[in-house]
Design a protein around this ligand. Structure first.
Ligand code: PLP
Length: 391
């Protein structure tokens, strides 16, 4: 056995996803497959994205492709965006540029947590929290979201907290449910975390995982826990809003409400820890392009139409669907209650959805709305037919 125990545990915790991914990749050769699984693009990239990258390709100095940490102009563009979006006084030094949200989360773990510390994660939630925590020698502790509504369940988080808890990960807009949580949820969570931090004599942090922050429907507002609790770090990625997850760009942002002492200590550790986790900084071109990328977005009105088409057709047919307020996913209960059986029956017809088992929710399924409208229209009759067979 060559794998470390840590690697074995991390691998096992995500085996169900990697096995599913391998199966889906086999479809790549089938031009008729309707793949509504992962949040991958199914149309040509945004023209503005390639223009922004091309504009930075030609070297303008000898150090154009030298080692890059966090580039000042990228940090300034991010801070300006955050000030406008969240109404707090973020400065460029509050921002560490990273390789997407993945990179920002790894940096947060390295900055804040010691081996064996516990990190509370939402269930259902993104399937990479657990393997990332295992790989960082941290201990995931699951806190269920409210049954049925998938609201943030602050009491469940309170019950999950122990003297070893160091971080609570929250995710809004939430993958896979599409829920967006209101400020009142964050205020309640802040009270619980403040009391628990006092009780245990150790500060508990919030890591607010916000890669879908700009992808919301129907004018739903966005509240970040950063405004409710100073010991909050935000991780963000441009992969979702640009629908280009193969180009790695994101950041970790500290709350401007932190004390100057805590802020200074963390800021001074951004570069050394970015280096220590394996040069976790984005590539030069992505950083130079950040000011231009800040202004770009996938087509939200078109995404809304896709959400409406899928949500309308499924609810009209009697499916129990959580109405997505944000993200590009749609989350529902499988007719008959067996998510895997439902997805297998659809796969036999060449329509691929993600079974809820990947999120520890065997009764559910997830649809990625990054599919084209044509794919959605072609898949719907199959989904409805299989649904009525299994109901
Ligand atoms: N957090 C959530 C909830 C996600 O769904 C994802 C990607 O699917 C990530 C973080 C990681 O994002 P990225 O690949 O852009 O780093």
């Amino acid at each position: 056995m060559v794998l470390s125990a840590r690697a074995t545990t991390a691998k096992a915790s995500v085996d169900i996803v990697t096995t599913f991914l391998a199966r889906i990749q086999e479809l790549a050769d089938d031009p008729d497959a309707l793949d509504l699984t992962f949040g991958n693009p199914h149309e040509m990239p945004l023209p503005g994205l390639s223009a922004a990258l091309k504009a930075q390709l030609e070297p303008q100095s000898v150090d154009w492709f030298a080692y890059k940490t966090s580039e000042r102009e990228a940090q300034e563009a991010v801070a300006a965006g955050l000030r406008a979006e969240l109404g707090l006084d973020f400065g460029p030094d509050d921002i560490a540029m990273t390789q997407g949200a993945f990179g920002a989360m790894s940096l947060a773990f390295a900055l804040l947590a010691d081996a064996g510390d516990e990190v509370v994660i939402p269930v259902p939630g993104w399937f990479c929290y657990e393997p990332m925590l295992f790989a960082a020698d941290l201990v995931p502790v699951r806190a269920p979201l409210a049954e049925g509504s998938f609201d943030l369940d602050v009491d469940a988080i309170a019950r999950a907290i122990t003297p070893r808890t160091r971080i609570v990960i929250v995710n809004s807009p939430a993958n896979p449910t599409g829920r967006v949580y209101p400020k009142s949820s964050w205020d309640a969570l802040a009270d619980v975390l403040e009391a628990a931090s006092q009780r245990h004599g150790r500060r508990i942090w919030i890591l607010s995982d916000e890669p879908y922050r700009r992808i919301r429907f129907d004018g739903v507002g966005f509240a970040s826990p950063v405004a409710s609790y100073p010991w909050t770090a935000i991780d963000y990625s441009y992969a979702k809003v640009l629908l280009a997850p193969g180009q790695r760009l994101g950041y970790l942002a500290l709350s401007p409400l932190l004390s100057a002492r805590d802020r200074d200590e963390l800021q001074a550790a951004f570069m050394p820890l970015g280096l220590a986790i394996g040069w976790g900084f984005p590539d030069a071109i992505m950083q130079y392009a950040t000011p231009a990328l800040e202004a770009l977005s996938l087509d939200i009105p078109e995404l809304t139409r896709k959400r409406d088409r899928m949500y309308g057709a499924l609810t009209d047919a009697g499916f129990e669907i959580t109405r997505p307020e944000g993200t590009f996913y749609l989350w529902g209960r499988a007719p008959g209650g067996d998510g895997a059986a439902f997805c297998d029956a659809l796969a036999a017809r060449g329509v691929y959805l993600m079974p809820g088992t990947l999120f520890d929710q065997p009764h559910h399924f997830r649809v990625s709305l990054t599919a084209t409208m044509e794919m959605i229209d072609q898949s719907l009759p199959h989904i409805l037919e299989v649904g009525s067979q299994l109901r």
